[in-house]
Design a binder for this molecule. Sequence first.
Ligand SMILES: Nc1ncnc2c1ncn2[C@@H]1O[C@H](COP(=O)(O)OP(=O)(O)OP(=O)(O)O)[C@@H](O)[C@H]1O
Length: 232
Amino acid sequence: MAANWGITGSARIDRQQLFTGLELTLEPGWTCLMGPSGAGKSTLLRLLAGLETSATFEGTIRRPDRIGWMGQTDLMQPRLTVAQNVTLMARLAARPHDPVRTESILRSVGLAGFGPRRPETLSGGQRQRVALARTLIEDAPLILLDEPFSALDPANRAAMQELAYAQLAGRTVLLVTHDPAEALRLGTHLFMLAQGGLATVPALAPPHPRDSSDLELALAAGQILTRIRQSS
Ligand SMILES: Nc1ncnc2c1ncn2[C@@H]1O[C@H](COP(=O)(O)OP(=O)(O)OP(=O)(O)O)[C@@H](O)[C@H]1O
C-alpha cells in the first residue's frame, strides 16, 4: 500500500529555484520522472530518500521508514565478495542476514553461484544485477531509482528493465530517467520536471513493460524528447 508517499514543496540551490509548489504523490507501481539536465530530478529523488543535497527545501516529504535506492553507479565495495556486498546494509546495521535468502535473491537476478566472487570479476551488467539484489534484499516498500540502467549497453539495459520490473512487482517505484523510451516501457505515471514545475506526460496503456520495438512507444518517445528539448 502506498500510503500517500510523496513530496510537496519548493526547493532552491543558492538563488537558483529548482521547483516551486511541486506536488508529487506516488501511486503503487512505476512512476517515471523525466526532464532536461539540471532541472532538479536527482535533487528531488534525494530529498525523497532523505539523502544529503545542496538544496534548501520548504515543504513536506512523506515516505516509509525503509527505502530502497539504486543509482547509476553500483557502489560495490571492491574488497567484499558479491554476497557480502548484497548484505552490506544488514552488516552495517548489525542486523542478521540469511545466506540462503541471499543466494535465492542472487538467483532471482540471474547470478546463482556468484556469492563468493569479487566485484572486479563481474561485467558492468552483472554489477548492476548485484545492485538490484542489494535493493531487493532490503525489502523496502518504496524504491527510488536514479538512472540505474543508463550506463548499460542497449541489450543489457532492456534486460535489466524487465528484470527490475518483474522483481519489484508490488512495490512503489520512482524512476528518474533521461530516456523517454525507458519511461514509456515501464511507467504507468509519467512526469516531466521542467522550468520549476511538474507536468504530466501521457503514459502508454498496459501491459508493461512494453516491448522495446513497439512502434507506438517509438513515436511517443520521439514526442517526449522534443518536449524535453523545448523546455531545456
Ligand atoms: N552541490 C551542488 N552545488 C551547487 N549546485 C548544485 C549542486 N548539486 C546540484 N546543483 C545544481 O542543482 C541543479 C539540479 O541538479 P540535479 O542534479 O538535481 O538535476 P538533474 O535534473 O538530476 O540533472 P541531470 O539530468 O543532469 O542529472 C543543477 O543546476 C545543478 O547544477
